[in-house]
Design a protein around this ligand. Structure first.
Ligand code: ZN
Ligand code: FE
Length: 259
């Protein structure tokens, strides 16, 4: 039985592990130590490493893991990733024979210049799971480090166009803080209020708020709701005069930086 489980790293990173007990693939191992400990505890062997972007909290453990297990390392063609063996970009597929898994690569730049996502495709029970790194977060999105607001907006729109039941596996537990910001943008969204209740309950039990779904993000994540009246009116009160979707998105991203 194939499963996806989170391995916690640093303060709030998740290293997602796809496994059938015998074989495991990890996404964005910023630290090797918790991955090695998990593999050891579960008597599983590493089959491949997937990387979404070059930031150290996503790449710091790659070389050590690749050396211990001698496995392929997939990562974005347009970034410098340590110990990369397979550079991939939009349109490429990653085949993991050990798990009989196929993942499609999507270009989703903005947080970094070459950021990619991996979408599990085919007929496996895990099909429709997307690993989107630091681009789309639970109720939020990544900061703009290298790309433009236009690029990040476009990338988020691409993810939003995935089927509603697509499961969103992002790389950080930021959901509760993001919900507080979302409520400042849109105080009367009932689904958003419910999401806050649900997220608090999960965190109180020490559980992740992830994966979320594209459907939940579309109904609660302000960065996917730039045409909503209430959000536009909140931004008008803060001085925004341009109603275009990109202007609203840019203003939200800017406000969130110092919220
Ligand atoms: Zn990052
Ligand atoms: Fe990160």
């Amino acid at each position: 039985m194939l499963k996806i489980i989170p391995i916690s790293a640093f303060k709030d990173n998740y290293i997602w592990a796809l496994h059938d007990r015998q074989h495991t693939v990890v996404v964005d191992p910023g630290d090797a130590e918790p991955v090695l400990a998990w593999l050891d505890a579960h008597q599983s062997s590493l089959a491949a490493i997937l990387c979404t972007h070059h930031h150290n909290d996503h790449t710091g453990g790659i070389c050590e893991l690749a050396q211990v297990y001698n496995v392929p390392v997939y990562g974005p063609r347009n970034e410098i990733i340590p110990c990369l063996s397979h550079a991939v970009s939009e349109g490429d597929s990653v085949e993991i024979a050990e798990l009989n898994l196929s993942l499609k690569v999507l270009d989703i730049s903005g947080h970094t210049g070459g950021h990619i996502a991996y979408l599990i495709s085919g007929s496996t029970v895990l099909a429709g799971s997307v690993f989107c790194g630091d681009t789309l977060f639970g109720c939020g999105c990544g900061r703009l480090f290298e790309g433009t607001a236009k690029q990040l907006h476009h990338s988020l729109q691409r993810l939003a166009q995935l089927p509603d039941d697509t499961r969103v596996y992002c790389a950080h537990e930021y959901t509760e803080a993001n919900i507080r910001f979302a409520l400042a943008c849109e105080p009367v969204n009932a689904q958003l209020k419910q999401r806050q209740v649900d997220a608090r309950a999960l965190r109180a039990k020490g559980q992740p708020t992830l994966p979320s779904t594209i459907s939940l993000e579309k109904s609660t994540n302000p960065f996917l709701r730039c045409t909503e009246k209430e959000i536009i009116s909140t931004l008008h009160k803060r001085g925004l005069t341009d109603n275009s979707e990109l202007a609203v998105f840019t203003a939200l991203r800017e406000w969130k930086n110092h919220f």
